[in-house]
Write a protein that binds this ligand. Structure first.
Ligand code: SAH
Ligand code: SF4
Ligand code: F3S
Length: 456
């Protein structure tokens, strides 16, 4: 194995699962002598870890490849630059990327990152192409191991991959394959190792994380698979882990045990992302979401009952094929009822190969834009009101790094709000109580009160 120093630049698009995968790619490449660089200029290896969820996301890949071409030409005289496309665009249209963008040396799908060293060698040998977009998710996690390099105090841990739900707008079942959960032992080993390296907060990741059903700890196969509630309670027992989150959940997979975990596990943060996409039953049906708006509202009500301080975030799509003004109004009404702390909203984007793309009653772009603007105005006002409701409260804040100004600290509230306070640098990596004094759309500020709650 060569250990000559080489520079690696990874650009990550899309969801947190891609962020996790990019970190793991770095881990796999470090023993080969690759060191991270924050610019593609002069890099020996550039990896674009791509997202296919909406049209614009996929287009970004081709424009980035255009920008990389001159850098690759410049680097030709000094060892050359290898360009790899990874992630969901690689999975969805690997062969087309190779055809459309000759600048690309290799294409690697999300399930085969452990093979990167082999693929890079292959691309170098062949002075050209290597493509691997197999679906072998079990291999991926076995071979990536649990030894991760970490920075900071918060980490993502993928516990589940893939999706079998086939919402009619969505590419994920095609790019990430069938639903699969990691065994509990493997997840716990990874989180213990993270805790030993100073991690205080973990976010359990999955495209359908609450469908988690991992093999139970060794020797207890007869107990059956573990659900997410059970996993969360177990993670809460790991020394050093103070905060737990999970994302993304589907309303259909909300079981009572998981709802109870919010009641009985204080380390599970009272901030929950539960996308609904639309408030109209007609549209929910056309989207194949397999529930009605009232089911979603009942779940939210139940969560608020067991955990009164819980705040909700979500995702919405406007302009799905066939969406009428009345359907859109039903979305606005659901938003008013839920009162989101924060919510992502998107215009429906036709994705090749999905049933939605073939529907005849597509919505005009202008109408989509109008609806999105109205929805975002409502969501923004809810977010501002939520942040302002924090003024006068005392919140535990996990401090992550120094703030922009001298003597300032930056941290996160239980609701993932940025919090700025004046305080000593030794609080970084710890949780301390902050009395909130001001709030804006994106951040809170206040002053430290009392003593610190946990040691790093
Ligand atoms: N698994 C999650 C969502 C994954 S994709 C779930 O079931 O909710 C993240 C978000 O992107 C989705 O919640 C949806 O709001 C949005 N999205 C997905 N496909 C889209 C499309 N074709 N057009 C617009 N938005 C889309
Ligand atoms: Fe996509 Fe639906 Fe699966 Fe979420 S549940 S990843 S939106 S198909
Ligand atoms: Fe995008 Fe793939 Fe994630 S399509 S949202 S990177 S699963």
């Amino acid at each position: 194995m060569s250990t000559t120093r080489k520079r690696l630049f990874i650009k990550t698009y899309g969801c947190q699962m891609n962020v996790y995968d990019s970190e793991r790619m770095k881990d796999v490449l470090t023993p080969l002598g690759y060191e991270s660089s924050d610019t593609p200029d002069g890099a020996d290896l550039v990896i674009l870890n791509t997202c296919h969820i909406r049209e614009k996301a996929a287009e970004k890949v081709y424009s980035e490849l255009g920008r990389l071409r001159p850098l690759k030409d410049e680097k030709a005289a000094s060892g050359g630059m290898t360009i790899a496309v990874a992630g969901c665009v690689a999975q969805a249209e690997g062969a087309e990327i190779m055809r459309r963008a000759p600048v690309v040396d290799l294409v690697v799908g999300p399930q085969t990152y452990h093979k990167l060293p082999e693929l890079i060698a292959q691309a170098h040998r062949a002075k050209g192409e290597a493509l691997d977009t197999e679906f072998e998710v079990e291999d991926k996690f076995d071979k990536l191991g649990s030894d991760r390099q970490v920075e900071g105090y918060s980490a993502f841990v993928t516990v589940q991959e893939g999706c079998d739900k086939f919402c009619t707008f969505c590419v994920v079942p095609y790019t990430r394959g069938a639903e699969w959960s990691r065994p509990v032992d493997q997840i716990i080993a990874e989180i213990r190792a993270l805790a030993a390296k100073g991690i205080r907060e973990v976010t359990l990741l999955g495209q359908n994380v609450n469908a988690f059903h991992g093999a139970p700890p060794s020797g207890r196969e007869a107990d059956g698979a573990w659900g997410l509630g059970q996993l969360v309670r177990h993670v809460a027992l790991i020394g050093g882990i103070e905060r737990i989150r999970f994302t993304t959940s589907h309303p259909r997979d909300m079981d009572e045990d998981l709802i109870q975990a919010f009641a009985d596990t204080p380390k599970l943060m009272p901030y929950f992302h539960l996308p609904v996409q639309s408030g109209s039953d007609t549209i929910l049906k056309a989207m194949n979401r397999q529930h009605v708006a009232a089911d979603y509202l009942a779940t939210i009500a139940r969560l608020r009952e067991v955990r009164p301080d819980i705040a909700i975030s979500g995702d919405m799509i406007v302009g799905f094929p066939g969406e009428t003004d009345a359907d859109f109004e039903a979305t606005m009404e659901l938003v008013r009822q839920v009162n989101y702390a924060s919510c992502f909203s998107f215009k429906y984007s036709k994705r090749p190969g999905t049933p939605g793309a073939a529907m005849f009653n597509q919505i005009d772009e202008g109408v989509k834009s109008q609806r999105l603007a109205a929805l975002q105005a409502l969501l923004d006002s809810q977010q501002v009101a939520f942040n302002e409701s924090m003024i006068g409260k005392t919140l535990p804040v996990l401090f992550e790094k120094p703030g922009r100004l001298d003597g300032q600290l930056h941290g996160r509230s239980p609701y993932l709000q940025s919090v700025h306070v004046d305080g000593p640098a030794e609080l970084i990596g710890q949780i301390a109580e902050v009395a909130i004094e001001t709030a804006s759309r994106n951040a809170l500020s206040g002053r430290l009160v009392g003593t610190k709650r946990s040691a790093a």
